[in-house]
Ligand binder design. Structure first.
Ligand code: SF4
Length: 294
């Protein structure tokens, strides 16, 4: 199996076969992200190479693979026909395959359009992991996410209407203390609008400054202030209070200060109670601040 550049996968794909479909990230500009900053630059691997790797995996693992993830940062950026071809090939090689998953940028979803997404779903693609980070336009602009909240809503609805499952990632603390409430409210508005088209899964992350990022530089220069653990929990509470659902919520990441998991709206009071109880804990009850290196 051949891999080039950083290979990341969502925690929920821990047991999946990883076959690299693209290298790097086509955007690669987010101020908080170090993942692909040192290259290699984005490229789509040739279908023939990806099929060779799938075939090698079939030889080594047999036909029983049930879940498959195609790294890297936005493999939905592949042309529709090429991504559909490798999904279909994977289905042939692994007849018990239950799920094919990719990281997906909002602009990549929009580029495929409804028909392209339906074609991909028919070829076997099942789930998209999308980093919303925030639905607050000034924050999206500041962190150089390269999309607007309106595009997030359009893309999210389009994906769900095409029959794809959608995991949406939200980053607590990304707007800093001053814009925390606006970030929470605008993010909940985006998720609620997407929720009109189907039930996404919401996955919370908490901002952790990373080495070699613009955001870390801004913190060092005093241009951005990190939220305290209590402020990020308050923000999580404001998001949870404003979500209409139905959706499932996960906090499956080491950056979070509290493991908030459940279904909305039915678990809202329990989750808000969990947050309220944690708010009175001392600073030492939460993970220390540190600079991430990976
Ligand atoms: S956060 Fe995602 S879209 Fe932004 S640079 Fe990192 S991998 Fe690319």
């Amino acid at each position: 199996m051949r891999y080039q550049g950083p290979i990341y996968r969502p925690p929920s794909e821990a047991d999946s076969l990883l076959v690299q479909a693209t290298v790097g990230c086509p955007h690669n500009k987010c101020s908080f992200c170090m993942t692909y900053k040192k290259g290699p630059p984005f490229r789509v691997r040739p279908v023939s190479e990806i099929v060779e790797d799938l075939t090698e995996a079939r030889r080594e693992l047999g036909p029983g693979v049930r879940t498959l993830f195609f790294p890297a940062g936005d493999s939905l950026a592949m042309p529709t026909g090429e991504l559909a071809a490798i999904c279909a090939e994977a289905g042939e090689l692994f007849p018990r395959l239950e799920r094919i998953t990719v990281y997906a940028g909002v602009k990549s979803i929009l580029k495929h359009g409804p028909e392209g997404l339906q074609r991909l779903r028919a070829a076997g693609l099942m789930r998209l992991h999308v980093g919303l980070e925030s639905g607050h336009d000034p924050t999206l602009l500041r962190v150089k996410k390269g999309v607007t909240s309106a595009q997030q809503v359009e893309a999210g609805c389009m994906a769900l209407e095409a029959g794809l499952e959608l995991s949406l990632y939200v980053m607590l603390g990304l707007a800093g203390p001053e814009d925390s409430l606006a970030h929470a409210q605008a993010t909940a508005r985006v998720v609620n609008a997407v929720n009109q088209a189907g039930a996404p899964t919401l996955r919370l992350r908490t901002l952790l400054p990373k080495i070699n990022t613009l955001l870390l530089h801004q913190i060092k220069k005093g241009r951005f202030t990190m939220c305290t653990p209590q402020q990020t929990l308050d923000e999580a509470g404001a998001i949870i209070a404003a979500l209409s659902g139905p959706l499932s919520l996960h906090s499956d990441h080491y950056t979070n200060h509290l493991n908030l998991a459940g279904h909305l709206p039915q678990d809202r009071e329990r989750l808000l109670g969990q947050i309220e109880a944690a708010m009175s804990l001392p600073r030492s009850a939460f993970r220390a601040d540190f600079v991430g290196t990976q």
